[in-house]
Design a protein around this ligand. Structure first.
Ligand code: PLP
Length: 408
């Protein structure tokens, strides 16, 4: 399968390994496969474990990734009933950093480790994080020393526990605390990628969901869940649209998926687009669901590349619901189980029957928000081990020269 930039679909296609290594396409676009061929559903069975399902899935759509699935996906996915309703909860937070970003980050790290070895190169992964990405990426690369990792995060924009998790990895993983917002961090990273000298010198690649491996890694649990419970709708906490795009991908592959609802926080870019057809990126606003504080969702470009009009998107079953902080608080306070603020957005946005509510992080990662509303939350074992580690950061202003100097 060849991969093409969203900005040059008539250009020269490249292989998946090259697309992963590049992260962002040189023209600023995002990589997508040439085709999405319908999958043979007969290959899958309800009895398959999650990792078995992944082996079949990637064997079909991305053989480059299929060898490592048992190592990459060595933690469970849980699909649980919700009270006595028809709804289900898809828990994606049982990986090493207790958020769904572990899926994409681990498949990416494994692929980059393999590619670097095969080609005898040492790339640098540059990544902006609004919280969970950085921890998941850093953790995923801990045992891959031939890849350097540089993480940018907004000062004051991530939870104290998330912050601790960013700076506690080996010498080849650095955390930069930026005087600015997540969008500023993302803009710095984008600029580094489009500065050719820098990009080539360090073989820069991205671990944000602009990297196709991240999104591919997330198709896995939609495939598996849809085989377990066919024809359910999905309500997905959405920021940069990487997670939701993976669901769209799974549905295009032919997995039995109903409608796809993008649950956003008070950031209105997507809601407004679905209401008016007018896409207006804007500055992000801070909310309780901070991993979704995004004013210019990076995977939007992939979405519009697959649907030529908004009506087509809607006909495919995609819609948006925006949830404000008051609703998030109320759900956290009153629901029958304890959940993180992002999952609370999805919970609040659910209206269709037979919905799968996607639960993106363990509530203990957002203890400063959840505990005052709900009481003490136990730490999962994976996080407990991390919080005792020593942590270090470098503070930088929102200025490209500093990033450039840091990279050397
Ligand atoms: C990143 C993140 C999201 C948003 O996912 P996108 O792929 O950016 O849309 C939602 N919830 C949590 C907990 C996250 O870490």
């Amino acid at each position: 399968m060849k991969y093409f930039s969203t900005r040059n679909r008539d250009g020269v296609g490249i292989g998946l390994d090259d697309a992963i290594l590049q992260g962002l396409a040189p023209d600023g676009g995002l990589y997508l496969p040439e085709d999405v061929n319908p999958i043979d559903l007969e290959l899958f069975s309800e009895e398959d474990s999650f990792a078995q399902c992944c082996e079949i899935l990637y064997g079909q759509i991305a053989p480059e990734l299929s060898e490592s699935v048992f190592e990459v996906f060595d933690f469970p996915v849980e699909l649980l009933p919700y009270e006595d309703s028809q709804h289900r909860i898809l828990e994606l937070f049982h990986g090493p950093t207790a958020a769904f970003k572990d899926f994409g980050a681990r498949i990416l790290a494994s692929a980059l480790g393999r590619i670097s070895k095969e080609r005898q190169i040492s790339p640098t992964v540059l990544v902006a994080t609004s919280g969970d990405t950085g921890g998941a990426v850093a953790s995923a690369f801990e045992k891959i020393p031939n890849v350097k990792v540089v993480i940018l995060f907004p000062k004051g924009g991530v939870s104290p526990r998330q912050e601790l998790q960013l700076g506690c990895w080996g010498e080849h993983v650095s955390a930069l605390r930026v005087e600015g917002s997540f969008d500023d961090c993302q803009a710095l990273v984008k600029r580094a990628f489009t500065t050719e000298t820098l990009r080539e010198k360090h073989r820069l690649t991205s671990a944000n969901s602009i990297n196709i491996a991240r999104v591919l890694g997330q198709v896995s649990y939609y495939a598996w869940a849809s085989i377990q419970t066919p024809n359910y709708s999905y309500v997905i906490p959405t920021g940069n649209l990487g997670n939701a795009f993976a669901c769209v991908w799974a549905k295009r592959l032919g997995f039995p998926i109903g409608s796809i609802r993008l649950a956003t926080n008070a950031n209105q870019t997507l809601r407004q687009y679905f209401e008016t057809g007018d896409y207006q990126p804007r500055d992000s606003v801070s909310t309780l669901a901070n991993a979704m504080d995004v004013g210019a969702p990076s995977n939007f470009e992939r979405l519009v590349s697959w649907f030529s009009t908004l009506d087509e998107m809607k006909a495919f079953g995609i819609d948006v619901k925006s949830v404000d902080d008051a609703m998030i608080e109320s759900v956290i306070q009153n629901a029958s189980f304890t959940m993180c603020p992002h999952t609370a957005c999805a919970m609040s946005a659910t209206s269709a029957l037979n919905s799968i509510i996607v639960s993106t992080a363990h509530p203990a990662k957002f203890d400063t928000i959840v505990e005052p509303l709900r009481g003490p939350v136990c730490l999962p074992e994976s996080l407990e081990g991390l919080l005792d580690r020593e942590t270090r950061y470098t503070d930088i202003p929102n200025n490209f020269e500093y990033l450039s100097n840091f990279l050397g």
